[in-house]
Design a protein around this ligand. Structure first.
Ligand SMILES: [Zn+2]
Length: 125
């Protein structure tokens, strides 16, 4: 990062092949909507149109959730902080989903037991 300090890095951002490229923490990874090929692009490419490395179609780079285009005008350190925070939140959300799914299974089991009790109650009348 230090070597880029103070420099306006407006160089064209190009997609790389998602399968044989090293992916950095700050990269955006997505699949080409035309051919499904995995694309990797620097976070500065968010919201830009690029050419797919496989089929050459123009594809729109998705903007990571929680990231605003205006954020691209922030200094890189700030953007990275936001990106990492977004990822942490995403991981937390995934853990919550897993916990909720487990709870749902429990509730469905309880419901099953209750339905049996009700059925027995009706049958016993
Ligand atoms: Zn493609």
């Amino acid at each position: 990062m230090a070597e880029n300090a103070g420099q306006n890095n407006d160089a064209a951002v190009e997609a790389r092949d998602g399968e044989d490229t090293e992916i950095r923490d700050t990269d955006i990874v997505f699949d080409c909507p035309h051919c499904g090929k995995s694309q990797v692009i620097d976070y500065r490419g968010a919201g830009l149109q690029i050419d797919c490395t496989q089929c050459g179609e123009t594809v729109l780079v998705p903007i990571p959730e929680g990231m605003e285009l205006n954020d691209l005008d922030l200094d890189p350190g700030e953007i990275l902080k936001q990106l990492f925070a977004t990822r942490r939140n995403f991981q937390k959300a995934e853990l919550q989903i897993a916990a909720l799914k487990a709870r749902l299974v429990q509730l469905q089991e309880t419901l099953g037991v209750m339905q049996e009790v009700v059925a027995e109650g009706i049958a016993g009348r």
